[in-house]
Design a protein around this ligand. Structure first.
Ligand SMILES: Nc1ncnc2c1ncn2[C@@H]1O[C@H](COP(=O)(O)OP(=O)(O)OP(=O)(O)O)[C@@H](O)[C@H]1O
Length: 265
């Protein structure tokens, strides 16, 4: 089915967020469609993380509407949001793993929250499956986060994000801090998981390679709004200075050339 015809799974309308005098978003709109990987870009401090926090209900906006999977997210208390929270997984920027728990125990945290009656053997089995799915070796399960490399910690965070078989996956700068080979492998993992599990992925990134390699559309934050959401070729046709500088600057062009070479075009 063409992307345009698919169901909207995240709908943001007229979002306004501010901290004191500082207005971050003012009249921001965004639609995310089922099954797409949408990249969210914008200069530092344009409010990408605040947007994600507003969508998942961690930030109460000054005004505006946020719907996720048909449910209103604004002003819900924790209890009300519990049912909707289990339908998404989140990989925060630093992985946000509990340092005193092993990787397997970290993956089990959300499962225990929602299914407290599950017995340890089954919990361990589910955790092992999620760990393998995230491309970690089986012996990573009993390790503590401090014993893992940065790339492995991200995969462990991903395993936890996938613990409850989510429909939506939120990723905040997943390739930040990874070397280019590790970043490319992580991109590939996200793409293959998205296809296999039919995920919708909301991905904040500064990584131009990631945008070219795996994003179906890219949303650009500037001037306190989403100024455009489109494929990269269509964004390039727009005459906005930030978009031009970002995608057509030296790094943007290098990422585009590398993507074309890999695609054999
Ligand atoms: N809890 C908070 N209290 C006060 N100001 C905040 C808070 N959270 C975010 N901000 C401010 O809101 C602005 C947007 O922050 P946000 O983290 O969303 O930016 P970003 O686009 O994700 O940036 P980066 O690309 O650097 O990660 C920043 O100026 C930040 O200082």
């Amino acid at each position: 089915m063409a992307l345009m015809e698919r169901e909207t799974v995240i709908q943001v309308r007229g979002l306004k967020n501010s901290f004191g005098e500082q207005i971050i978003h003012d009249g921001l709109d965004l639609d995310v469609r089922r099954g797409e990987i949408i990249g969210v870009v914008g200069g530092s401090g344009t409010g990408k993380s605040v947007l994600m926090r507003s969508i998942i209900g961690l930030q109460t906006p000054d005004s505006g509407e946020v719907e996720v999977l048909g449910e209103n997210m604004v002003g819900r208390n924790d209890d009300e949001a519990k049912n909707i929270r289990r339908r998404w997984g989140i990989l925060f920027q630093n992985g946000a793993l509990f340092s005193t728990l092993t990787v397997a125990e970290n993956v089990e945290v959300p499962i225990r929250e929602y299914f407290p009656f599950l017995k340890p053997p089954l919990l361990d089995e589910i955790a092992s499956y999620k760990i393998a799915m995230s491309g970690l070796p089986a012996n990573a399960g009993p390790k503590f986060p401090s014993e893992l490399s940065g790339g492995m910690r991200k995969r462990a965070g991903l395993a936890r994000a996938l613990a409850l078989d989510p429909e939506l996956l939120f990723l905040d700068e997943p390739t930040a801090g990874l070397d280019p080979i590790g970043a490319a492998a992580f991109d590939e993992l996200i793409r293959s998981l998205q296809k296999r599990l039919e995920l919708t992925v909301f991905l904040i990134t500064h990584d131009l390679d990631t945008l070219h390699e795996i994003c179906d559309r890219v949303a650009v934050l500037a001037d306190k709004k989403v100024i455009a959401v489109d494929t990269i070729p269509n964004l390039l046709a727009l005459d906005h200075p930030w978009i031009q500088e970002y995608f057509n600057g030296p790094r943007g062009r290098a990422a585009a050339v590398s993507h074309e070479e890999q695609a054999g075009t």
